[in-house]
Design a protein around this ligand. Structure first.
Ligand code: 5GP
Ligand code: MN
Ligand code: MN
Length: 445
């Protein structure tokens, strides 16, 4: 009932599957998914998660695997945008009275908003970070070596060579490393509200009423510039595209390999960005508790993975990898329960922790969020700032943001109901619910 099959017609090379309980909501994005299904070397099918909505070329919430192409539009402009969840040993009742002040302190130490800059890294350090990822950020003093175990791919993806990025990307990237960004990006102090699977939650170190912190950010202007640069280079490679925005290169071509390397630089940058922000959060929380990483996972990335013994380039754009128990690429400690999946909802309701399964539908992928129902412009038009603020206040949620506009664009009503999305992926066994988190305080860009 949740799986809608779109049989291949016209130029489609494979079928498409849309996972949703309301197919009428998303017609534009479905046209995009059909275009994706028509790209060369696509394998098995094109998939859309329940949080599907319109995106540049490929829909957000889309998953597609190819034997020999790579497409920047299938990754998105915010390369390795992703989520990191941190756990503490603090109980909500002991922490309640400190929430407001803690949000203020975090806001003061973490650069937030459009154009926010951080201390500039020198060229040599920057090169190390983008080529080797989070371990270099840790060597530079931003974290603990044991953090790496709990980051997808240990926070480092290769090949990644600085030679493959433009000067503009370098300049934008260097200024913004260690900043949160604007809009949908956030740091949220949350409370573990409900546990659905006690055994798995214990292994993850999640306990009812404990305080956790969620970080959502990516590769900032650096990834955006890399996407822009390579889309330009690929734009006129193939003139039979159903949509210009689907520009791609053959993976084994020079340009394909260069984009792959540049994209990996941005992925390493994003892991490091979340690592540096973790470092700031630890500073603020040091008077209360130690802070450990539950997991860090990307939701905008293309990765080389083996599925059914075939090497594929799996594009997840607004979708989360969800490997099941005993997959070799998940942390030792989580082997028996599967890879943690972090699904933010919105700043007013809830977010979820799930774990991957061995279902292997959609190349072991699941949803990445609630997904928008209102575009940013629509949200500005339809929603009322005072109303939004007073609703959040009624629920006792503290919000700090650089911009009032952001609060409207990102208001809870701009997003689909997260419970619905999570219910669908849980019922379909793409990932299983472990815990529900509710927001206490949020910092938005
Ligand atoms: P993205 O914008 O990266 O595609 O989506 C990430 C998801 O984060 C969105 O689909 C939305 O469900 C969720 N989200 C956006 N803003 C917030 C926020 O302030 N707090 C929480 N918990 N989730 C959010
Ligand atoms: Mn992002
Ligand atoms: Mn994101």
């Amino acid at each position: 009932m949740y799986i809608h099959k779109i049989k291949k017609t016209g130029n489609m090379k494979v079928d498409a599957f849309v996972l949703t309980d309301n197919i009428s909501e998303i017609s534009e994005a479905i046209e995009q998914l059909k275009n994706v299904a028509s790209l060369p070397t696509i394998v098995k099918a094109a998939y859309a998660m329940p949080d599907i909505h319109w995106g540049y070329g490929f829909p957000i919430g889309g998953v597609a695997a190819f034997s020999n192409i790579i497409s920047p539009g299938g990754v998105g402009f915010d390369i390795n945008c992703g989520v990191r969840l941190l756990k503490t040993q603090i109980d909500y009742n002991d922490f309640k009275k400190y929430i407001e002040n803690t949000i203020k302190e975090l806001y003061d130490v973490i650069p937030v908003g459009v154009g926010a800059t951080s201390k500039k890294f020198d060229k040599k350090s920057f090169k190390k970070i983008i080529e080797e990822g989070a371990k270099r950020a840790i060597e530079m003093g931003c974290g603990l070596s044991e953090d790496l175990e709990y980051i997808e791919d240990f926070g480092s993806i290769s090949p990644a060579s600085m030679e493959d990025i433009s000067k503009t990307a370098y300049e934008r990237g260097r200024e913004e490393l260690g900043t949160l960004g604007a809009g949908n990006h956030f740091i949220e102090i949350q409370k573990v509200e409900e546990i659905y699977d006690e055994k798995k939650a214990n292994i993850l170190g999640l306990y009812k009423n404990h305080i956790v912190i969620m970080i959502h950010t990516g590769s900032r202007g650096f990834g955006h510039q890399i996407a822009t640069d390579y889309i330009k280079l690929m734009r006129n490679l193939h003139n039979d595209l159903p949509d210009k925005q689907l520009a791609y290169a053959y993976f084994d071509s020079d340009l394909g390999q260069k984009y792959y390397s540049a994209m990996n630089c941005a992925a390493n940058y994003a892991f490091s960005n979340r690592q540096i922000i973790t470092h700031y959060i630890r500073k603020v929380f040091s008077k209360f508790s130690k802070v450990e990483i539950v997991y860090d996972v990307a939701h905008n990335i293309a990765k080389v993975e083996k599925h059914d013994n075939q090497k594929l380039i799996v594009h997840r754009k607004g979708a989360t990898r969800a490997f099941g128990p005993y997959h070799p690429d998940i942390p030792e400690k989580y082997k028996s329960i599967g890879q943690p999946v972090l699904i933010p909802g919105n700043m007013g309701t809830a977010s979820y922790v799930m774990v991957g399964t061995n279902e292997n539908f959609a190349f072991s992928s699941t949803a990445h969020g609630a997904g928008r129902v209102l575009g940013r412009r629509q949200a500005l038009k339809k929603l009322n700032l005072n109303q939004v603020l007073s609703n959040l206040q009624k629920r006792g949620i503290i919000v700090k943001s650089k911009s009032k506009k952001t609060i409207l664009e990102e208001a809870p009503d701009a997003y689909k109901e997260i419970d619905r999305v999570v219910e669908i992926v849980d019922k379909l066994n793409l990932s299983k619910k472990v815990a529900k988190l509710i927001p206490l305080g949020v910092i938005k860009g």
